[in-house]
Design a binder for this molecule. Structure first.
Ligand code: AQP
Length: 358
């Protein structure tokens, strides 16, 4: 009888400040939904954050803020696992092994590195370049089968699958010999795989939320303009101002989704309304097709405030007690270590290290 790797969800968010509506709708809201059907592990990826400079005091504050956002959005840290990456050394340990599996050429093609390193590539940290290997380790150290993320992470997830596949192929005989494998098909070939080929969970109207100032650019934490994003802790007045100033075009909204083509700002705002109201763009346009932005923007603002304000209130309440947040992270890390240390011990044995089981 062939075994399968049990389904498990993993995802992470960087504690780099300015947690925004794109992070919430593209990722965190999906984390919440998947809790109903899966065992989930949600991580504040602080090791990833320091691939670019972080002020230490701010980093600590941001780690607690992302944790508070997880809980305030509805993640159950008792039932599932919530922790920060640096408390589980196995992530860094497996990442080293993946540094030796992944090829330079694979990483050189990563568009996020090119964007973040910019023109001054020589001055980028080595960590920024090898970031996708650490991300593969985050996922595979739990042998996670499903990863909810925004569309911008698609390429990194493909790389995670490439790493898993190369590891499974390279060590197939050894994995079988140790009885650690699961039969898997790779093309026409049958191998004994240790790592699953993880599926991304991407989609819906907010898979790629765009900047409020430029509908062709992703909403991002590092955009110099505060007006480009709705931050999860923005109050009602700030949300109102940002949507009022959001870039649009002079036409009324179309009544069909096809009419949004070539209108990136309109498309983005309609997508936001759809995601916040848990429907799709065509239903939004059924209601607002033919409306001017002067009618649509206040409706979108009201909806966003209604959804975000309770999360922001709970985040503030939770952040007032950092010790409580730290206790959640420490308990989560303990549970995460139990799984991750077992996987690293298996991997060390597969690779041929002596003393893998301590
Ligand atoms: N604009 C977005 N639309 C949909 N999903 C998004 N995500 C990020 N931006 C959008 C998703 O949010 C999750 C957490 O992201 P992250 O904090 O790990 O890193 P990031 O992608 O670097 O976030 P930013 O906001 O884009 O920051 P900067 O400015 O540093 O580049 C991920 O699942 C991501 O897909």
């Amino acid at each position: 009888m062939s075994q399968t790797i049990p389904e498990r969800v993993f995802s992470g968010v960087q504690p780099t400040g300015n947690l925004h509506l794109g992070n919430y709708l593209g990722a965190i809201k999906k984390f919440v939904a998947l809790q109903e059907s899966h065992d989930c592990i949600y991580c504040v990826v602080d090791l990833h954050a320091i691939t670019v400079w972080q002020d230490p005091d701010e980093l600590a504050r941001n780690i607690r803020e992302v944790t508070a956002a997880f809980i305030a959005s509805g993640i159950d840290a008792e039932k599932h696992i919530v922790f920060n990456q640096s408390q589980v050394a196995a992530h860094a340990e497996l990442a080293w092994i993946f540094n030796c599996v992944a090829r330079m050429g694979w990483l050189s093609r990563m568009t996020q590195f090119k964007e973040k390193a910019g023109k001054n590539r020589e001055n980028a940290s080595v960590g920024l370049f090898s970031y996708p290997n650490l991300m593969a380790s985050d996922i595979l150290v739990y042998r996670a089968t499903h990863v909810p993320v925004g569309e911008d992470q698609k390429q990194h997830l493909e790389l995670t699958r490439d790493i898993a596949q190369k590891f499974n192929n390279d060590y197939s005989d050894r994995i079988a010999q140790l009885g650690l494998g699961v039969p898997m098909a790779v093309g026409d070939e049958a191998v004994n795989g240790y790592f699953p080929l993880t599926e991304p969970v991407i989609g819906g109207p907010a898979a790629r939320v765009m900047s409020l100032r430029d509908g062709t650019k992703k909403m991002s934490k590092s955009d110099p303009s505060d007006l480009s994003r709705i931050v999860m802790t923005d109050d009602a007045d700030t949300i109102t101002k940002k949507f009022r100033k959001a870039k649009t075009d002079p036409d009324a909204l179309p009544s069909e989704v096809e009419g949004l083509q070539g209108r990136p700002e309109a498309d983005n705002l309609v997508g936001l309304y759809a995601a916040l109201s848990e429907t799709d763009k065509s239903l939004v346009l059924k209601e607002f097709g033919g409306s001017e932005f002067s009618r649509f923007k206040p409706a979108l603002t009201e909806l966003a405030v209604e959804k975000i304000a309770p999360i922001a209130d709970t985040m503030r309440r939770l952040q007032a007690d950092p010790a409580e947040i730290d206790a959640v992270l420490s308990k989560g890390a303990e549970r995460a270590r139990e799984i991750a240390n077992g996987v690293v011990a298996d991997v060390k044995e597969i690779v041929g290290f002596v003393g893998a089981r301590g």
